[in-house]
Structure formats: structure tokens, C-alpha cells
Design a protein around this ligand. Structure first.
Ligand code: 2M8
Length: 435
């Protein structure tokens, strides 16, 4: 248990980090490593900020949607034109080649997990008065509706219920072992690799980041999309990375339900969003459930097979109420059996005894606070309150002892990546408020 002094210190430190990373209308994820606005970061930041600066949280989300494309795509980065020092920047993305991209602000041309309606629901409930709550919903609901419509139209044109991601950056879990087999299939001739220079490894130790071979493929995919002028139909034909992700679809289910609730608050039809969420949840249970292990798996659409590595993302459907009680219990049993719920350092992003587990390398093992937040809510939703509390305690201890880091060594708890990381700070504020 943390003392009340510890909790107050953490709260103060979290607010300091968020204030320092505030750019006037949005919050950058970290001072040097990520100097622009990121999509799902802003959603988590808004959730945390609702407790002390709800107006700022509303501004954060609305500013992100200023970068939304005319076809509804919500880009994963909205660039701050005055900031530099990030690869890939606007010149590499060339999103002006798409007829849908806005003239300004400059953006990337891929997406991140749709947790925004859930974030908007948190913001809405914390705004101080009825008038500002209503204005916020009237502004944000149509934008969220267009975003979800894009996903169902362009990322699931066959109407399977499951939407598809097309770049390892889209699920937000960049170098997760889930994508290894797919990236290994992408044999790039040396002259096919675009010219580029990484910045990340001059800020953070290279052995905590994705490899050069992974970055070659990240960059190659970006160029493929640009050369296809970001035309969704062309990309669907040409892209070798097409995956129905577990975390992505799970967050879409919960966001669909939250969007339905918000639409109804302002007298609009919520049933269509609810129906989409139901279909996605059903499709997850039909296609992504792995009965042999007791968890959900992503689906590699190109190879038409399940993605095998045992990652914590496989339990995130708990967050959205996707499994029935029996499947939920199987998930929790798998988590316990494979070292995801150990008392000291929880929750690793990849099973600690699995091949290629690395306690300190980015999304290949370390603990991340956003996934802890998603998983603790999933556990609590099904009544696993002790496990949820254990995740909370581990999360707060890690941050107290190591600081507001981006991720934490899954064995020792040491802080890695950048310090002063915004979603760590924001979700700590939310956990402290909940407790
Ligand atoms: C990481 O991803 C970016 C690319 O989007 C990068 O490595 O440069 C991921 O952890 C992602 O989930 C996160 O949104 C982003 C900013 O925090 O950094």
C-alpha cells in the first residue's frame, strides 16, 4: 500500500509532467522523444486530466479531431509544425497526396486504437456544468461517428465485424512479438529500403527500441501508402501487413457502446453504434477466441491464420465485456498461469517465459501503464477485484519507485524509455482518483 504522502507526491508529480508537456491545445507524449500530438496518447491523457482540468481534456480531444481527414480517418499523429526532431515527419508521410487529408494541420496517414469515444465519455461526465457538457457532445459525437464509420467502411469492407490494421504502428504496440512472423515475410531487397534516419535511438538506448530491420519495414509500409496516395482500396490490395487485432477491436467495441450512450444523451440514435459493437464482439468470439490456450488472438488476414505469441493484449476483450463469464475465467486462469499477474511487477506485455521475451525492450515484455489500466478495468468488470487491486498496487509502486517512465522492466521494475511520459502520468491520476 502507498502512504497518503506517497499518493500526494505522485499526484503532484503527475500534474507537473502533464503541465510540462502541454502544448497550448494538446499534450505531447514526452518532451523530446515524441514532440507532436499522438492519437491514443491523447485519449488516455484526456481520461486522466478530467479529474483536475476537464476543460483541458475536452480541448485535447477536439484538437486531435482537427486533424481528422474528410473520409473520417483519425490520423495517429497531428504534427506541431513548430516542433522537429521526430522521424517520420510530414515530409516522409506526404499525406497531401490524399484528397482526404486536411491542408492543415499536417498529419500522418495511419491510425491508432479507437479509444476516443471512451475518453470522450470520461470527459463528458466530468465537465462542470450541463451547458458545457452538451456543447462538448454536440461537437464530438459527429466526429466520433465519422471515425467509426471510416473504420467499418474501409477496414472491414466485407462486413465481418472485425476491423483491420495495416502497420505495426496502428495497434500502438509497435514491435510486439505478434508481428514478427509477418515482418519476417517481408523480404526487402536493399534497394527497396527507403532512405531515412532514425531519431529515437539518439534519445533512448537502441536496445530498448525496435531494431533496424523493423524500422526498415515500418518505413517501407509508409512509403507504400504514400505511393498509393493513401487510397484505401489500393492499400487493401497491396499491403502485406493486414491484421484483425485483439486490442484494436476490443477498444472499438467499448468505444461503440460509449458513443451510443453519448448520442442518446443529446437525443440522437445510439442503436446503430450499439449494433456495430455487438457485431464486433460476436465476431471476436467467433474468430479470435483461442480455446486451446484460453485467450484471444489476432488474425493475420494475409496468411489466413491466428497470430500465436502469448501477449497481454489477448486479455483486453475483458475491458469491453466481450467474453462470457466462462471465457473470462479462462482468460484470468491463463494470465495467472503464464506469469501475467505476479505480485511484484505486473503486467508484462508478453509472457515472461515465452521465446524472445525481453524485459526491457519496448513492447516485447515491459510493463506499460495504459495496458495495466485497460486490464485492471477488465478484471474488475468481471469481479476479479483482488487481481485488479494487485495490478493497481503494482502500477503505483512502479511509478513511485522508478518515476513517470514510458515503460518498466518486467522483471526488475526499473524505468525505461523516456521519462516524463504523459499517459503514465494521466492514468496514475485516474487510478488515484478511483481509489
Ligand atoms: C510509440 O509509437 C511511435 C510511433 O507511433 C514511435 O515509436 O515513434 C508507441 O508506443 C505508441 O503506442 C505511442 O502512441 C507513441 C507515442 O507515445 O509511441
Amino acid at each position: 500500500m502507498l502512504s497518503s504522502d506517497d499518493r500526494q507526491r505522485l499526484r503532484n508529480r503527475a500534474r507537473e509532467v502533464l503541465d510540462r508537456n502541454w502544448m497550448g491545445a494538446s499534450t505531447k507524449p514526452a518532451p523530446d522523444l515524441y514532440p507532436h500530438q499522438w492519437s491514443w496518447d491523447s485519449a488516455f491523457i484526456a481520461i486522466g486530466r478530467t479529474h483536475d482540468r476537464p476543460e483541458r481534456a475536452a480541448t485535447e480531444l477536439l484538437n486531435l479531431f482537427d486533424g481528422q481527414w474528410a473520409n473520417g480517418l483519425l490520423p495517429h499523429i497531428v504534427f506541431d509544425p513548430s516542433a522537429s526532431g521526430y522521424f517520420p515527419g510530414p515530409d516522409f508521410w506526404e499525406t497531401h497526396r490524399s484528397p482526404h487529408a486536411p491542408q492543415a494541420p499536417p498529419t500522418s496517414g495511419i491510425v491508432q486504437p479507437p479509444v476516443h469515444a471512451t475518453a470522450a465519455w470520461h470527459v463528458y461526465r466530468n465537465l462542470p456544468d450541463a451547458a458545457s457538457r452538451r456543447t462538448f457532445l454536440e461537437q464530438i459525437v459527429p466526429k466520433l461517428a465519422a471515425w467509426h464509420a471510416y473504420l467499418y467502411r474501409e477496414r472491414d469492407p466485407d462486413g465481418t465485424g472485425l476491423v483491420t490494421i495495416r502497420h505495426p504502428w496502428e495497434p500502438g504496440l509497435d514491435n510486439s512479438p505478434q508481428w514478427d512472423a509477418i515482418l519476417a515475410r517481408m523480404h526487402l531487397a536493399p534497394d527497396a529500403i527507403p532512405d531515412y534516419e532514425r531519431v529515437d535511438t539518439s534519445i533512448v538506448a537502441a536496445d530498448e527500441r525496435p531494431t533496424r530491420a523493423e524500422y526498415d519495414r515500418y518505413a517501407w509500409l509508409v512509403r507504400l501508402f504514400a505511393e498509393d496516395d493513401y487510397d484505401d482500396a489500393a492499400i487493401r490490395e497491396a499491403c502485406p501487413f493486414r491484421v484483425q487485432g485483439v486490442l484494436f477491436n476490443a477498444l472499438l467495441v467499448q468505444s461503440g457502446r460509449d458513443l451510443a450512450a453519448m448520442a442518446r444523451e443529446i437525443g440522437q440514435d445510439g442503436d446503430r453504434f450499439e449494433a456495430q459493437a455487438d457485431r464486433t464482439a460476436q465476431a471476436m468470439n467467433a474468430r479470435l477466441w483461442d480455446d486451446a490456450v484460453g485467450r484471444y488472438v489476432a488474425w493475420d488476414v494475409v496468411a489466413d491464420r491466428a497470430v500465436d505469441p502469448l501477449v497481454s493484449a489477448g486479455f483486453t476483450p475483458l475491458f469491453a465485456g466481450v467474453p462470457d463469464a466462462d471465457r473470462a475465467d479462462r482468460c484470468v486462469t491463463t494470465m495467472r498461469r503464464h506469469g501475467f499477474l505476479d505480485v511484484d511487477v505486473a503486467v508484462p506485455t508478453y509472457a515472461p517465459r515465452a521465446f524472445g521475451f525481453d524485459p526491457a525492450r519496448y513492447w516485447r515484455g515491459p510493463v506499460w501503464i495504459n495496458l495495466n489500466w485497460i486490464l485492471r478495468h477488465g478484471l474488475a468488470r468481471y469481479g476479479y477485484d483482488d487481481d485488479a487491486r494487485r495490478v493497481d498496487a503494482s502500477t503505483l509502486r512502479l511509478v513511485r519507485d522508478a518515476g513517470m517512465h514510458e515503460y518498466f522492466d518486467a522483471l526488475s521494475g526499473a524505468g525505461h524509455g523516456t521519462d516524463a511520459f504523459s499517459w503514465t502520468a494521466a492514468l496514475v491520476l485516474d487510478l488515484l482518483a478511483d481509489a
